[in-house]
Design a protein around this ligand. Structure first.
Ligand code: ZN
Length: 721
């Protein structure tokens, strides 16, 4: 604890001595880097705080200028001017917040804590600027008389509503309340996320007898050995990162170790130093209080406004329809697995730490396919060729590595992306492997957004950050084995790359509408759509070759992959549904959550979570565990009252891909250029410039239905009224 305080003090002292002249952010307009990319080599932690302070000062000055403009409010001098304000802040924040996820350290984490209230205060100051709002309202009120195009109209509506929904129409007292609640919420959600990261990093288990690791692959064991060596220990060190948790739960024969790992993972942030139970209550209650300020009954009512789903009834309708369709199949899958485990000599009831283990064995028995059989065909360089090649086949774009583009870690590769006519389209950074200081999971983000100003198209800078299998490196730095991906890792790469394409191909006027700036329940369409290709032989044939022999992936294996892709589809669906119901339960509270007198805070939070998930639970509930205390999506990410959107988008992606399948049935190729052109022009290029449902209908020729999803998963539709 002491050490941390010292670090903060040292950092604050150093920020004072850094001169403005040496701070690269201060002259970002003059960067000589390719495409104005970040000069990462020159940026250090001490530059951030002065840069943020200067950027906020500039941003507020720009806002004052708009608000105090003596001229009559117009679209150009108010809405467009507002859209373009805060440019420097965008540059500084674009760098800082990406690194806070992909390349963090104690100083950056301390800066986040310091910045959080300042950033909330900054945006609240703008959103509650009465003069500015009155000018925006004046333009909005005469919108029917203005000759605006679709995108300008959308910008005007979105701008007006973003103010109205953030307190601009509130009374002075309620505005003050709004400020306080927003600042509190931002602090709470940040603490929640940091607790998860710290709890994940704090736990480890040293295994000293190799026989306890029976079942694990040599690669996993080598990784665990490296983990131990890094801490100066002898043996194999398990931690709570996905690269350890996933293989151990799947492969480790030792049930006690699987159980212990599962328990550690699912009790993260329940009690102890990094407890999140009270944080969850505070977050849910603060969100409810915010909703009440706007005369909404619950947070979901406020949050679902402007999504494709539109309201909570539509969300529950989707969840219930999928629950009723998938639950019988999910129960049958568990029953079959229980029978199978019995044949293997396991007579107890299957527990959550047994499911992946036997599921993998059964999958192997049924389809004789395991990660280790598939991995040799998914060598990193080949996979990149395949995924980039897919974008080339569909949209004609190409990727060229450029070593002159600076990167934030030597492991990151930077590319220039060109369109079919050879015109520069985007910068793309790829960051594949796990490191200390990188949070778990995989994601896409932009460092700089796309927009057009003075007819000048500022192309976007996109990043994909992932946590995939590393190459095995020997003591002298030589590559013993290249990075060989699992099927799931390739799929995840396709997913994140699909988001990447949404970012790279965008063609919009305004950055707040460009790229992935679309409703939450529409944003996963391009990513999940892109995953579909992994089950297409025609796609696999383009890159999936054995890294040692060069032999193409055998037809037999492709068939097995295809058959196995539906394996336990119902189980994984109801698991997703359980997270969706949990999310909705916390965010449809109409009264503040209070802990019953006979329960502790931890018991009450766990019980609430278990109750919410009970209707789609097919495995025993384990007392004293709950995933919600580490559920960053909804408590520190942007998915509050929005987790359903994964399933919503799945419905969309299956429906959209069925158009490509129809084209294949007709023309013989899944890479149908005409359909791809329609998908690109109506969805990938359009950002949030129009209503999501309108864009989708223009691509599809009608509204989406659940049929393609049920068919893909091999589930029969059940009518739900
Ligand atoms: Zn995604």
């Amino acid at each position: 604890m002491k050490l941390k305080q010292l670090t903060i003090m040292a950092m604050l002292a150093s920020t004072m001595t850094v001169s403005a002249a040496g701070n690269p952010f201060m002259n970002y307009k003059k960067w000589k880097t390719p495409h104005g990319t970040y000069p990462f080599n020159e940026i250090c932690n001490a530059h951030y705080m002065p840069a943020f302070e200067e950027a906020m000062k500039q941003g507020l000055a720009e806002i004052d200028e708009i608000a105090n403009n003596p001229a009559e409010p117009t679209f150009a001098n108010t809405i467009e001017a507002y859209e373009r304000s805060g440019e420097m802040l965008g540059i500084v924040a674009g760098c800082f917040y990406n690194l806070a996820s992909a390349e963090t350290n104690d100083s950056i984490q301390a800066l986040q804590v310091e910045l959080s209230p300042k950033m909330s205060e900054y945006s609240a100051t703008i959103r509650l600027n009465e003069k500015l709002f009155q000018r925006i309202k004046a333009v909005y009120d005469q919108r029917d008389k203005l000759k605006l195009n679709k995108e300008q109209t959308k910008l005007l509506e979105d701008t007006y509503e973003s103010f109205a929904n953030n307190g601009a129409n509130l009374s002075p007292e309620d505005k003050q309340k709004y400020r306080e609640l927003s600042a509190k919420l931002s602090m709470l959600t940040m603490t929640f996320g940091q607790n998860v990261l710290k709890a994940t990093n704090a736990w480890s288990m040293l295994i000293t007898r190799e026989e306890d690791l029976a079942g694990l692959s040599d690669d996993t064991k080598a990784m665990l050995k490296k983990n131990a060596e890094a801490k100066g220990l002898e043996g194999w060190l398990l931690n709570l990162k996905p690269t350890t948790v996933t293989p151990v739960l799947k492969d480790c024969d030792n049930r006690d170790i699987r159980r212990e790992l599962y328990m550690a993972y699912n009790t993260r942030c329940i009690g102890g130093e990094f407890d999140n139970t009270q944080n969850i209550i505070d977050i849910a209650n603060t969100r409810l209080a915010l909703a009440k300020l706007f005369e909404k009954n619950c947070f979901a009512d406020k949050s679902l406004y402007k999504t494709m789903a539109d309201n909570k009834d539509n969300v529950y309708r989707l969840l219930d329809q999928l629950r009723d369709s998938y639950m019988p199949a999910a129960r049958a899958e568990v029953k079959e697995l229980q029978e199978y485990a019995k044949q293997q000599g396991f007579y107890a009831t299957l527990q959550p730490w047994d499911f992946s283990y036997y599921s993998k064995k059964l999958k192997n028995d049924k389809y004789a396919i395991s990660d280790d059989i598939v991995r040799p065909y998914f060598e990193l360089e080949a996979v990149k060729k395949g995924v980039f090649g897919l974008a080339n086949r569909l949209y004609g774009i190409t990727f060229k590595e450029n070593k002159n583009i600076q990167v934030y870690n030597p492991e990151v590769t930077a590319y220039e992306v060109y369109d079919e006519k050879g015109k520069f389209l985007a910068v793309y950074y790829a960051d594949f492997h796990p490191r200390d200081g990188k949070r778990g999971g995989a994601w896409m983000n932009d460092f700089q957004p796309q927009f057009i100003r003075n007819k000048n198209d500022h192309r976007p800078h996109i990043v994909n950050v992932m946590n995939f299998t590393r190459p095995v490196i020997g003591d002298n730095g030589e590559v013993i084995k290249p990075a060989l991906f699992t099927y799931d890792e390739v799929r995840t790469f396709l997913h994140e790359f699909g988001h990447g394409l949404h970012g790279m191909l965008t063609r919009c006027q305004y950055s707040s509408l460009s790229g992935t700036s679309v409703p939450r329940d529409f944003v996963e369409l391009p990513s999940q759509f892109n995953e579909n290709f992994i089950d297409e032989k025609e796609f696999l044939d383009t890159f999936a070759k054995h890294y040692e022999t060069g032999e193409a992936m055998p037809q037999e294996l492709i068939d097995k992959i295809k058959r196995s892709s539906n394996f336990h589809a119902a189980y994984s669906c109801v698991r997703q549904l359980s997270f969706g119901y949990l999310d909705m339960a916390w965010h449809t509270l109409t009264e503040p959550f209070s802990v019953p007198a006979d329960l502790t805070t931890q018991e009450a939070v766990i019980r609430f979570g278990d109750d919410a998930m009970a209707q789609v639970q097919v495995l025993p509930t384990v007392p004293e565990t709950q995933m919600e205390t580490a559920f960053t999506h909804i408590f520190s990410g942007g998915y509050a009252a929005g987790y359903y959107s994964y399933k919503w988008s799945e419905l969309l992606d299956a429906d959209a891909f069925s158009v490509f399948k129809d084209a294949k049935a007709k023309n013989g190729s899944i890479f149908d250029k005409k359909t791809a052109k329609r998908f690109r022009e109506n969805i990938l290029e359009k950002g949030g410039t129009e209503k999501a449902m309108d864009l989708y209908k223009r691509f599809r020729g009608g509204e989406p239905t659940v049929n393609a999803l049920l068919e893909r998963d091999g589930i029969k539709a059940i009518e739900v009224k």
